[in-house]
Design a protein around this ligand. Structure first.
Ligand code: AMP
Ligand code: MG
Length: 416
């Protein structure tokens, strides 16, 4: 069996992340499928969506009030003659405002010819056919001119955009009942370890239920992939190899456990036997230092082989390394264009003491009121502590050169 530790490649967090982003950029998504608009939330658009007419298509009243000529309101209060009313959806044909005239108008209605502004109802009082106006307007106030939001034919949504509620609103507004999206990539999930048992099995006194396959499956789904759970692999090279070969039939393979330097950590050795290319075999982070990223060459595959991650088996390490490194590949295979990790900043509520040397991503709770974001580490027992992590909602990022961060300092936070 190949000795992989000879080719150990431990990168800084930034180098490892860059490596992953570079590979993600080169990935081709699966073929396309048509889905109903309502089922498209979270999916990645495989077509562009264009405006089928000008937006707005008519001079749209943005307020309830009176359509007027701004030049009639130079002297206040001004009294204008009301010559009609336009409801939203009505056609203002025949209504033409001359000097000294106004038309009662509702939000969403088309402004009549001759009007160049709308006075809000709040600044008017109606007396029969007359309206008294107490506030001046500038030309164009409260009227959205045709085509200022978009021109017919303009691209409103681009290919590879992820569909959220705003983009679904756009698709609906141009009459799309269905959208072309990319098929979800199949992401194989393989938990390893002799001590790990299926969640349907009562564990023995020294056994642990498999939680990693489920956290990973949930993360894969969030990232736009379709998880395929393989049976748990024992710490034995032959069985592990069989299951890895199965996993390599998917679009991406995620392994959890078996990547540390222990005597029974066979994952890298089996992958090396399968002629894997290793892009890194560790990152200077905590939790998750032994994370492995590579690709097994496969003839005839769309992406020059199947990429894999060997994620450390400690459950919090598994979660964190998926977020930091595996997510961009799942997203790229799902068709999304690459995006950078975004960190927020929040004020630290209590001191942090740690050791230098690794970049840390520690489970924390982000709270606060309105724009005053505060963050605090959760008490945890290390990277096996899923109970503490489940109570957190973010990770505080601690640079490798800091061993103490005092309360009150602004710290970077990665949302979960
Ligand atoms: P490993 O990375 O295989 O050395 O595992 C590190 C730690 O994570 C050990 O305490 C394992 O028991 C635990 N672990 C590994 N795989 C899983 C899993 N699928 N679910 C829960 N815990 C796990
Ligand atoms: Mg193990």
């Amino acid at each position: 069996m190949a000795a992989v530790r000879d080719v150990a490649r431990i990168l800084s967090f930034e180098e490892a992340r860059q490596m992953v982003e570079d590979h993600a950029r080169g990935l081709r998504p699966n073929c396309e499928e048509r889905v109903q608009l309502l089922d498209s939330a979270g999916r990645i658009l495989a077509e562009s969506v264009e405006a089928d007419r000008d937006f707005p298509p008519f001079p749209r009243a943005a307020r309830d009030g009176y359509a007027v000529r701004a030049s009639d309101l130079l002297q206040l209060p001004a009294t204008l003659q009301v010559i009609g009313e336009i409801k939203a959806g009505a056609t203002p044909e025949g209504l033409n405002i001359d000097s000294g005239q106004a038309v009662a108008i509702m939000t969403g209605a088309a402004a009549p010819n001759g009007a160049d502004a709308i006075v809000m109802l709040e600044y008017t009082s109606r007396h029969g056919d007359a309206v008294e106006i107490t506030r001046r307007v500038a030309t164009g106030d409260n009227i959205v001119s045709p085509g200022v939001e978009a021109r017919r034919g303009d691209v409103l949504l681009s290919r590879r955009a992820q569909l959220d509620h705003a983009s679904i609103a756009v698709a609906a507004s141009v009459g799309k009942t269905h959208l072309l999206v990319y098929r979800k990539p199949r992401v194989a999930v393989l938990a390893t370890g002799d001590e790990i048992v299926d969640i349907r099995v009562q564990p023995g006194p020294n056994q642990i239920r498999n939680s990693n396959s489920y956290s990973l499956a949930a993360q894969v789904r969030e990232a736009g992939g379709d998880p395929v759970l393989l049976p748990i692999a024992p710490d034995d090279p032959a069985s592990l190899r069989n299951l890895i070969v199965k996993g390599l039939q998917g679009d991406l393979l995620l392994l959890a456990g078996g990547v540390s330097a222990g005597k029974y950590d066979f994952v890298e050795r089996v992958l090396a036997d399968l002629k894997a290319e290793f892009f890194f075999t560790g990152a200077q982070i905590q939790p998750g230092r032994p994370v492995v990223f590579g690709r097994v060459p496969l003839t005839g595959s769309a992406n020059e082989g199947c990429y894999f991650f060997g994620l450390p088996g400690n459950p919090v390490s598994t979660m964190v390394t998926f977020e930091l490194f595996a997510r961009p590949l799942v997203e790229a295979l799902a068709g999304m264009s690459a995006r950078k990790l975004v960190f927020l900043h929040a004020k630290l509520k209590s001191d942090i003491k740690t050791k230098t040397g690794l970049k840390r991503f520690l489970p924390a709770v982000l709270s606060g009121e309105f724009e005053h974001a505060e963050v605090e580490l959760v008490r945890w027992q290390g990277s096996g502590d899923i109970a503490a992590t489940a109570k957190s909602n973010c990770y505080i990022v601690i640079p490798p050169d800091r061993d103490r961060i005092p309360a009150g300092e602004w710290v970077p936070v990665l949302l979960r």
